[in-house]
Design a binder for this molecule. Structure first.
Ligand code: TYM
Length: 327
């Protein structure tokens, strides 16, 4: 069975973008792949997190993984910091990564362009920890949204470089990006990605938003003056984003939706999106509450830590042997 691996940072609450671009895909793939999904709780430390809030976000993230349908019997679900090998392999891989490569990472360049001065060393080198998360488990594919593609490509380069230097050690994984929904845009500025770190909450739907609040955000989504429902991300990014959300959640093709909404106003499209999103959130939140009340989270993490830890232990030993760090 082929293997897949992916992770999500628990910095803040999970968004509709995380769901469509990543989580929904993980659930789909767990049917046919050996799926490893973790919570990237070391990654979110690249910017300060209030410890109490982080703890809450961690629990919420795992509960939402399960509420979305990730099944601990089929998938290995664990917390990054529970498997210490990630940090050690991360350091070894950082010694096989060039500064020039990290300088080219879009997220780093964006922060520099914005003039942010208090960037941490962890933020700068985090793509090497991500490479460690991935290469540790030899996955065939890494399902991610569009914004993480560059990191997976760097991971491939690091794996190839290491294999060339030390002999075949890591499988070189391929990113797996959904055809539709790989980049859900902000509702208030559809030229920007929907993101947890948005300044205002208006453009971002959180999976734990009250469905009424989410509907309001959708009804006030920024559109355009064309007044025609077309799928044209370049010229009509707002409308195209709404069509994308509706298509991914309803399972209907964009073409089919464009035909259905032909000649109708943006309000009708927004109502249909709000309806679909409210159904999703309502359903998820019922399950989320049941999962929190059931107390199964600790058991899921314990089992995931054991399973992932076993694999990671073997891999790190192999790497140590390759580089001459064993005796
Ligand atoms: P993170 O936590 O920012 O995002 C988690 C996943 O959600 C996707 N995503 C989106 N997809 C579509 N539209 C959006 N607006 C949107 N926003 C986020 C992301 O592409 C991602 O797939 N570095 C990673 C976490 C990570 C990881 C890994 C992922 C750490 N180690 C190893 C895969 C493999 C991150 O910050 O994702």
């Amino acid at each position: 069975m082929k293997r897949m691996l992916s992770g999500i940072k628990p910095s803040g609450q999970l968004t509709l973008g995380n769901y469509i671009g990543a989580l929904k895909e993980f659930v789909k793939y767990q049917e046919d792949y050996d799926m490893i999904v973790f919570i990237a709780n070391l990654h979110c430390l690249t910017v300060y997190q209030d410890p109490e809030e982080l703890r809450t976000n961690l629990r919420d993230t795992i509960a939402l993984y399960l509420a979305c349908g990730l099944d601990p019997k089929r998938s290995t679900i664990f917390m990054q910091s529970d498997v210490m090998e990630h940090a050690q392999l991360g350091f070894i891989l950082s010694c096989n990564t060039y500064l020039g490569e990290l300088n080219r990472m879009t997220q780093y360049k964006d922060k520099i362009a914005k003039g942010e001065s208090a960037l941490t060393a962890g933020f700068y080198s985090y793509p090497t920890l991500m490479a460690s998360d991935i290469l540790m488990y030899d996955p065939d594919f890494v399902p991610v949204g569009e914004d993480q593609k560059q990191h997976v490509e760097l991971t491939r380069d690091i794996a190839e470089r290491f294999n060339n230097k030390y002999g075949e050690t890591f499988k070189v994984p391929a990113p797996l990006i959904p055809k539709i929904g790989a980049r859900i845009m902000s509702l208030s500025d559809p030229t920007k990605k929907m993101s947890k770190s948005e300044e205002s909450n208006k453009g971002c739907i959180y999976l734990l938003d009250d469905p009424k609040v989410a509907s309001k955000k959708i009804m006030s989504a920024v559109t355009d003056m064309v007044n025609q429902i077309n799928y044209d991300p370049e010229n009509q990014p707002g409308v195209s984003n709404l069509l994308t959300i509706l298509s991914t959640l309803s399972g209907r093709s964009i073409e089919n939706l464009v035909n259905e909404f032909e000649g109708q106003g943006y309000g009708t499209l927004k109502k249909a999106v709000a309806n679909e999103v409210s159904l999703l959130l309502g359903d998820l939140q019922v399950k989320y509450k049941e999962i929190l009340a059931s107390g199964i989270i600790d058991d899921v993490l314990k089992e995931g830590k054991e399973k992932a830890g076993r694999l990671a232990g073997v891999k790190l030993k192999e790497v140590q042997k390759r580089i001459g760090a064993d005796l």
